[in-house]
Design a protein around this ligand. Structure first.
Ligand SMILES: [Zn+2]
Length: 251
C-alpha cells in the first residue's frame, strides 16, 4: 500500500525534532521525494526507506527551506554507487536554477555520475506530474511569495486522495486540489503574506470537504503546537492533527 512519510514538518526554521518540511511518497514500484532539504539521506535511513527505490524528486518552489538539500543528496547517492536515473520536476525557473547551482559544483565532471533529468512543469492548474499504477500526482500554482505548486495525489487502487497545500496564502486553488480529499496536509506558518494560519487552514479544509486535516510547515520555536491544532478546530469539524516528522499515512 503506498504511504506518505513526513521527513520534516517545520516552517523555514527547523529544530531538533522538526526538520524543514519535506516528505516521501513510497510505493511498491518507486518512491518520490517532495522537496529536498536538510540531509534527506539521513532522513531516509531513519525512516527505513530504501534510497535506491527513489526515482523522482518534485521541487515545489525555489526557497532554501525546500530545495537546499539537492546537491548533497545527489552527491551522497552518487558516492553510494547509484546507477538509476533520477527525474527532477519543478516549475521552469526552479529546474533552471537548480541546474545552475549544480553547475557551480561542477557535477557534470563527477566520474560515473548517474543520469539526472530535469522536467520543467507547466504552470496550469491540475497538471499531471507523474503517473504510475499506484498514484497520480497533479500540481496547481498556489499563492506564495514566488511561483509555487501545491499537489493532489490520487491513489487508484484505494480510491483515496491526498492534497498538499505547500507554502501558500489561503486560496481557491488549494480548495480545488483538496476537493473531497481523504487527507489535506496544509501549511500553518501563520497569517502573514504568502502563508496561512492554522484557523485559515481549518477553513480551507471545510471548504474542500476534506476528511482529515494535518497541519505542516508550522512554527516550532514557540512551543505552542497544540494551540495550532485547537485553532484549526475552530474552523473545521473533522479530525485535525499535526504532521510530525516520521509520521506515516497509508493510502
Ligand atoms: Zn517554506
Amino acid at each position: 500500500m503506498p504511504k506518505l512519510v513526513i521527513l520534516g514538518s517545520a516552517n523555514a526554521v527547523p529544530d531538533l525534532m522538526h526538520e524543514n518540511t519535506h516528505m516521501a511518497l513510497v510505493g511498491q514500484e518507486q518512491s518520490v521525494l517532495i522537496d529536498c532539504v536538510g540531509n534527506p539521506l539521513l532522513r531516509f535511513q531513519q525512516a527505513g526507506i530504501e534510497v535506491n527505490h527513489l526515482t523522482d524528486i518534485i521541487l515545489t518552489h525555489f526557497h532554501p527551506d525546500h530545495v537546499s538539500g539537492v546537491p548533497s543528496f545527489l552527491m551522497n547517492t552518487w558516492l553510494l554507487g547509484r546507477k538509476r536515473q533520477i527525474d527532477i520536476h519543478g516549475l521552469g525557473y526552479v529546474v533552471e536554477r537548480m541546474e545552475k547551482i549544480l553547475e557551480f559544483f561542477d557535477w557534470t565532471n563527477w566520474p560515473k555520475m548517474y543520469p539526472v533529468r530535469f522536467h520543467p512543469l507547466s504552470d496550469q492548474e491540475m497538471v499531471t506530474i507523474l503517473e504510475t499504477s499506484e498514484y497520480r500526482i497533479l500540481s496547481s500554482l498556489v499563492h506564495h511569495l514566488i511561483p509555487t505548486i501545491g499537489l493532489r495525489v490520487e491513489f487508484p487502487q484505494s480510491g483515496k486522495v491526498l492534497a498538499y497545500s505547500c507554502d501558500t496564502e489561503p486560496c481557491e486553488e488549494v480548495v480545488r486540489l483538496a476537493a473531497d480529499a481523504d487527507v489535506l496536509l496544509h501549511e500553518a506558518s501563520g497569517e502573514t503574506i504568502g502563508h496561512t494560519s492554522a484557523a485559515q487552514a481549518g477553513k480551507i479544509a471545510t471548504q474542500a470537504r476534506a476528511k482529515a486535516l494535518y497541519l505542516i510547515h508550522y512554527p516550532t520555536q514557540e512551543g505552542k503546537l497544540q494551540e495550532l491544532v485547537n485553532e484549526a478546530r475552530t474552523m473545521y469539524d473533522g479530525p485535525v492533527a499535526l504532521a510530525e516528522d516520521f509520521l506515516e499515512l497509508s493510502f
